[in-house]
Design a protein around this ligand. Sequence first.
Ligand code: GDP
Ligand code: MG
Length: 163
Amino acid sequence: MGLTLAIVGRPNVGKSTLFNRLTGRRQALVDDQPGVTRDRRYGDGRIGEFTFRLVDTAGFEDAKGDTLEARMRDQTERAVGEADLILFLIDAREGVTALDQHFLRWLRKQHRPMVLVANKAESKAALSGLGEAHRLGLGDPIPVSAEHAQGLDLLLDAIRDKL
Ligand code: GDP
Ligand code: MG
């Protein structure tokens, strides 16, 4: 069995890159264009000795029709429902966008432990975004770089704190 973690967030924040990083996969379904992740993907994640089941989600790219909110729900509801903990990803360089906030409003209602992960934090461009993220009231955003494998030890600490 073990724990299930779900990676959620708007398109292009680096969810699939983080999934690949934590599962050691390299056949990356990563792309500059939103919409590459067609389904939820499952993998065996690992940070150091800590192992878990990991779910990558498409955000809302895959759904058709309906409102934005409905599409996001449709896409992530199951993943969130079966997760013990949510990794809510934002792009640290962009800070908190309206879509992030929209997403978060829905996520808060799901009553799951959540870690706020500020990805793409490998450069100074991330600093202001981290400040903004702090104000979301989800605790310290965890700066990581999925692409450069940075901040994963901090992420592990944050996950353990919530479990
Ligand atoms: P998703 O839509 O949330 O699954 O995002 P992807 O994983 O497909 O990544 C979207 C884009 O962000 C791709 O061009 C990635 O290479 C890039 N990306 C992902 N992680 C990082 C990171 O840590 N730093 C930077 N600079 N770019 C990243
Ligand atoms: Mg993706």
